[in-house]
Design a protein around this ligand. Structure first.
Ligand SMILES: Cc1ncc(COP(=O)(O)O)c(C=O)c1O
Length: 414
């Protein structure tokens, strides 16, 4: 065992990131197509060099607004860009975000801290709100990185609540009962709206009820709004605000800024001292989010929500294509997808080892999806419809459908 045994129990007790496992799996394949979230080495000879990179890259297939990228190009030599900035974010960006939060999210009493992505925002919050040994609540299927953020900070008492069997909505009755019966009261409840890995959204009345249950119980509610603009079928995303509520946002998917690592936290401006506590953590992890990324975010915001919704509209077709590919599993076994970029599909009972099915699909059919057990949903898979343009999506979906037909009728033949 050697020095491996000297590693912290916290780290050793944290799940291995599913994305690194999937990257490893993809490296074993010659021509994989990814419906996972991980880049696939797709290329298209008719594409421009810019497009070749975006075809398979990241979770959305678009890059940041061209105008914003052009402006960033002009400022790389500005010494300000190479220096540290304020821990909480550059004032211009924070100001622009505050306007956005007020106008679009109806968060009228929230202050902002800019982070190096929503994942870092979440870890900041866990460090600020929880102590090792505290209990916290998540709902199944949960966002794997949020689960790991609890594990790696010593919050190992993670209570996972049920989602409604049909809608996958978080079960508020269960939450009310659990918060009143668990002693001590769990510190944090967290929901992702709309969800990763399910693509399920949380309707406004339910979100309000969850926030009231948390307030009455004296516990924090963290809402991850990474996919706030990714809503379909006329549904509307909404936010809740309160002294016990913290909202997390991301620029990754909205403006195609995955690699620029930019997100932010919105917290109640009435909370005396909260910002100072968050800053202790921020100052020890990124110090500040990359200045050039903050500038790009500022310029991207100038394009506004319309720029994003125009692109999100194009994903409706992708969702339909992926839904069709999942038909061999039975329509009743495919859920979610009202928001975000994911569908959540139940595998046949006799093939409930989702990791095994994922490996088989990858090696035999050249298509990669995410195993549900990474999100506490063994026997399921998560399929993303955001990372490929329509033509490539059709090709990947064709492989998936063929694979699932074989799985259902013949099993995992070699
Ligand atoms: C729900 C959710 N939160 C956070 C993140 C990470 O966002 P960021 O790139 O801003 O760290 C993701 C990325 O997939 C996500 O799905």
């Amino acid at each position: 065992m050697g020095s491996f045994g000297m590693l912290s129990r916290r780290t050793l007790g944290t799940d291995t990131p599913v994305m690194t496992q999937i990257r490893k799996l993809m490296a074993e394949l010659t021509n994989p197509m990814s419906l996972a979230q991980v880049p696939s080495p797709l290329s298209n000879s008719s594409s421009s060099p810019l497009e070749i990179h975006t075809l398979g890259f990241g979770v959305v297939h678009w890059q940041p607004p061209k105008k914003a990228l052009d402006k960033v190009k002009d400022i790389v030599w500005d010494p300000i860009v190479s220096s540290y900035g304020p821990d909480e974010g550059i004032p211009e960006l924070r100001h622009a975000l505050q306007i956005k939060l007020r106008q679009e999210n109806k968060l009228t009493e929230s202050a902002v801290m800019v982070t190096a992505g929503a994942n870092q925002a979440f870890v900041n919050l866990v460090l600020a709100l929880c102590d090792p040994g505290d209990s916290v609540v998540m709902f199944q299927p949960y966002y794997f990185n949020a689960y790991m953020a609890f594990q790696m900070t010593g919050v190992t008492n993670i209570i996972v609540g049920p989602g409604h069997p049909d809608t996958l909505y978080p079960d508020a009755d269960w939450l009310e009962k659990t918060l009143s019966e668990s002693k001590p009261t769990p510190k944090v409840v967290t929901v992702v709206n709309p969800g990763n890995p399910s693509g399920t959204y949380v309707p406004e009345p339910l979100l309000k009820r969850i926030s009231k249950i948390c307030k009455d119980a004296g516990c924090w509610l963290i809402v991850d709004n990474t996919y706030e603009y990714f809503m379909y079928d006329g549904l509307k995303h909404c936010c809740v605000e309160g002294d016990n509520i913290v909202n997390v946002f991301s620029f990754s998917k909205t403006y195609g800024m995955m690699g620029w690592r930019l997100g932010y936290i919105a917290y109640s401006e009435r909370l005396d001292g909260f910002a100072a506590e968050l800053l202790k953590i921020q100052d020890n992890i990124p110090i500040c989010a990359s200045i050039i990324s903050q500038r790009l975010a500022l310029y991207a915001l100038e394009e506004g929500a319309g720029w994003i919704t125009e692109r999100v509209k194009g994903l409706v077709k992708n969702r339909e294509i992926v839904k069709e590919a999942l038909e061999p599993l039975g329509k009743e076994n495919v859920k979610g997808g009202e928001g975000a970029i994911y569908l959540w599909a139940k595998l046949p009972e006799e093939h409930g080892d989702d990791f095994k099915v994922v490996r088989w699909l990858a090696h035999r059919h050249g298509v990669v999806v995410i195993p549900g057990s990474a999100s506490g949903g063994s026997g399921y898979v998560r399929v993303s419809f955001g990372g490929l343009k329509e033509e490539e999506m059709r090709a990947a979906a064709g492989r998936l459908r063929k694979g699932l037909e074989e799985l259902v009728h013949l099993g995992m033949v070699e």
